[in-house]
Design a protein around this ligand. Sequence first.
Ligand code: X2X
Length: 349
Amino acid sequence: MDRRFLLKASAVGSAALAAPLVVTRAAHAQAYKNEYKVSTVVGTAFPWGKGAEIWINLVRERTQGRINMKLYPGVSLINGDQTREFSAMRQGVIDMAVGSTINWSPQVRELNLFSLPFLARDHAGLDAITQGEVGQQMMKVVEKAGVVPLAWGENGFREVTNSRREIRTPADMKGLKFRVVGSPIFNDTFSAFGANPTQMSWADAQPALASGAVEGQENPLHIFTAAKLHTLSQKFVTRWGYVADPLIFAANREIWDSWTPQDRDIVRAAAVEAGKQEIALTRKGLTANDMSMIKEVEGLGVKVTELSESDKQAFKKVIQPVYEKWSKQIGTDLVKRAEAAVAASRGKA
Ligand code: X2X
């Protein structure tokens, strides 16, 4: 019998139906699905997809197969429309996901925090946000928005690339056609630089770069190499580190509630562990004592430009109005606390 009907019937006070309700609930708690669908944008050739795979394997092992998760990369459960991932998970079209805060921002406006240009600045700054009280509050916001957040991961710092010329100053961006991701803050940012942004999905971005319909894009370097963006005319990379792109491991609320407390603990602990491993993969070759990723990109025949602090300031200055506009939408208090956390990580607070 339909559980919703039972709930409704018991709510109007039918004693006869109250008993079956209890039974149905108990049965529901046992009713594990044969497969739990896990959504990601990219597959296991990327740290992001690899992180999801690590999670899946840990959970399968530790639940002796009771919880059998399966990876659906390419956001294939929603035809590649990554900006709908959050609502699809909330509705149960997607059971679980490892999703980018950018893709969930259209539904959870506070997540735009991470897309404020030049906020986090480096790994330590990003950790200060996600691992501190701002990160905890963010998890509460996501939970309130309707899914169960479990752990942080990381897509990485997003670097700007294009087919036309080296980008060193905001003026170099003028008139360039860029593919941007699904949160409108990116349109505002790239417009402020005088560029010509078009919002499109990752699936559409690659053919658009190939045909020259757009000339540039921004993504972490691990995405650049795994997706072979140098073969799509992306010959110039500028390391400006303007936006960090965290990932969140999460589950649909009803699915979560259908598991025993022990299994929930296993799934959460596995997500935390997979998240840590995934972050390490994302940062590989991009840390002070190992910058091998830069060599790898240069080895593809790409010019990599490093921006100095003062170069970055020039970009930061141009987008200041965008930063202020979006700070209001995100919540100025939240932004201030994130800024303070970053400053403390740099020994300046
Ligand atoms: O679409 C992108 O650029 C990607 C893959 O980085 C995200 O899903 C945010």
